[in-house]
Design a protein around this ligand. Structure first.
Ligand SMILES: [Ca+2]
Ligand SMILES: [Ca+2]
Length: 320
């Protein structure tokens, strides 16, 4: 080995020893900074409820969850920490149960869901309507339709949480707050019977409606679904473009290589079964990862959030 090469090799060894000695700060360390704590507190983002969105391999985007496809993602699953917003508690794991994963591949953020449900609304039931709304299944009109009515997932993102540091009363469909609906039996692009995404509604603002539509029609958000009928289970993969989707400052989107960044995040899983299971004409279940809303004083209800830390780091392998 020439002296020059040996010096280079030594430098490599020293660098790797240095990295191993210091470690690389885990992404969640960012949640400990004063700036994040103060912004999160003002914005009603709970730092008790957080996940890391690691950079991982690109999954096969087909609605199925492959054997090791999400090993490099952060897993989540239903437990007592989820907050049920309907009157009916989840009484059994057959009625509703789910687990899922979140990660990104540098281009898209991926969410995957594995949902167990005993009765698929509109597939194994009549497409019964809530007594208070004969137009619940109107699609494509801002002022009519209940996009969330059915077996569904709501995805909520508050990308500019740090910059804005204020609570969200109503979302606008961009970095100031996104709330957008996946439904198992209807979609903006496919209509009744086709799973996919719908703008939130009814009667949200024109700005929100247009932003939600743009997300769906421009493929900022896309979904794939697989129904595993025999075991009362369906799986969904959702992908969201980082560029154009994860707005962390006005007009600026989080991208691979940027610092670890916490954003506000929330999920709700909704279940409708037979009409007799929804006496008030609403969902049978609507269970929230970080809670739904809270009222402070006499103002409008404020949205509750958990934190999702976007990072370019890969999930560490478990120690052997
Ligand atoms: Ca059910
Ligand atoms: Ca159901």
């Amino acid at each position: 080995m020439t002296p020059r090469r040996s010096r280079a090799a030594l430098a490599g060894v020293l660098l790797s020893l240095f990295m191993a000695g210091c470690g690389v700060a885990p992404p969640e360390t960012v949640l400990e900074s004063d700036e994040v704590r103060q912004a999160a507190k003002r914005a009603l983002v709970s730092l008790e409820r957080w996940m890391v969105c690691w950079k991982g391999a690109t999954p096969e985007f087909d609605g199925r969850i492959g054997e090791r496809e999400y090993d490099d993602a952060t897993p989540f699953g239903w437990d007592a920490d989820w907050v049920e917003a309907m009157k009916q508690d989840i009484a059994s794991r057959q009625d509703l149960d789910f687990n899922g994963w979140v990660k990104h591949d540098g281009k898209h953020l991926y969410l995957a869901f594995n949902i167990t449900d005993d009765i698929f609304y509109g597939i194994e039931t009549e497409r019964w309507l809530p007594h208070q709304d004969a137009f619940a299944h109107v699609i494509g009109e801002r002022e009519r339709g209940r996009p969330w009515f059915g077996d569904m997932i709501e995805i909520l993102i508050f990308g500019r949480m740090l910059e804005i540091g204020e609570p969200v009363t109503d979302v606008t469909g961009d970095g100031r707050g996104i709330q957008i609906i996946y439904n198992l039996t209807k979609s903006l692009e496919g209509g009744i019977g086709v799973p996919g995404m719908l703008p939130h509604g009814p009667n949200r603002t024109v700005e929100n409606w247009e932003n939600n539509k743009r997300w769906i029609l421009d493929d900022i958000i896309e979904t794939r679904t697989e129904i595993h009928g025999l075991d009362n289970r369906y799986t969904v993969e959702v992908r969201i473009r980082l560029d154009g989707g994860m707005e962390v400052r006005e007009g600026e989107y989080w991208t691979d290589g940027m610092p670890d960044t916490p954003i506000g995040f929330n999920l709700a899983i909704g279940d409708v079964d037979g009409a007799e299971m929804s006496p008030d004409g609403l969902l049978h279940h609507e269970t929230w990862w970080a809670g739904k809303t809270v009222r402070q004083g006499s103002g409008p209800r404020l949205k509750l959030w958990g934190a999702l830390v976007l990072t370019s780091k890969a999930k560490p392998h478990p120690a052997p």
